[in-house]
Ligand binder design. Structure first.
Ligand SMILES: [Fe+2]
Length: 263
């Protein structure tokens, strides 16, 4: 069985159709621990982040003396982004004629950043510069719950550390989607629907991948959080998947994104 381009594309279209109209209820909001920015991250804030894998820093302001590189002591080196890989950060916002999700106001399916690459970020900053009035909520799925689900149905050991061939934009890399990090002894996830083709080692591996996809696309497993301007969301990209609810096309929304390698 090959999970081809068309199947993945169709499932993304269904996703967008479904999420355009979803009604958000209070129970769907994820309660994220928030801290007020005081120029540095405290031990308590880091401890909560290590435990929960997600925090919000409120009233976050970065000035000239307060560049993102100040965070490298906590989260490892910044992974450069942008066309010529020379930027510390890039802005996720709608662009005139933008073709990718990233440059549009469309819903964005759940994913881990950089999952189609071997050099993907372990920690992500999303610094909210401008938020839309309608929509624009961050969509979040706790990967630990996905792991519990796979464990419950005795599928986790079958998929753990199993390599998949992932094709995107003509390039093929081989890596597992769920793997054990030998340094931290944690099971980590790196998942994306943004690929052209995925080939497992066996039919069974691909079937398990399809089950994982269904779990991820099931709205019962989704939670939301709406960032406000000057809030910084720090996410463990190896635990949480993230995406976005659509926003109105005539609105501005801009998040500044930074990637850290966690080493
Ligand atoms: Fe992302």
């Amino acid at each position: 069985m090959t999970i081809g381009k068309l199947t993945l594309f169709n499932s993304m279209l269904k996703f967008e159709e479904k999420y355009k109209h979803i009604e958000l209820k209070e129970t769907k909001y994820l309660d994220i621990k928030q801290f007020e920015w005081n120029g540095n991250l405290s031990d308590i804030e880091l401890e909560v982040f290590n435990k929960n894998g997600i925090i919000v820093i409120d009233k976050f302001q970065k000035n000239n003396n307060d560049l993102y590189s100040n965070f490298e002591k906590y989260f490892g080196n910044i992974i450069p982004q942008g066309k010529d890989l020379s930027n510390q950060s890039i802005q996720v916002k709608k662009k005139q004629g933008g073709k990718t999700y990233f440059e549009s106001s469309r819903s964005q399916p759940l994913h881990s950043d950089g999952a189609y690459s071997t050099n993907y970020p372990k920690i992500i900053f999303l610094n909210c510069i401008t938020q839309s009035k309608v929509g624009g909520e961050s969509l979040i799925l706790d990967g630990n719950k996905l792991l519990e689900f796979l464990e419950k149905y005795k599928l986790l050991n079958d998929i753990l550390d199993k390599p998949f061939k992932i094709q995107r934009w003509g390039q093929v890399i081989t890596k597992p989607l769920i793997y054990e990090n030998k340094n931290s002894n944690r099971i980590e996830i790196s998942y994306t629907p943004f690929l052209d083709k995925l080939i497992g080692e066996s039919d069974r591996d691909e079937k398990i991948f399809a089950i994982i996809q269904r779990y991820i696309n099931n709205s019962k497993n989704h939670q939301y959080f709406k960032l406000r301007s000057n809030q910084l969301l720090i996410i463990d990209n190896t635990r949480y998947l993230h995406g976005r609810r659509f926003f109105e096309d005539n609105e501005e929304r801009c998040l500044e994104r930074v990637w850290f390698n966690g080493e």
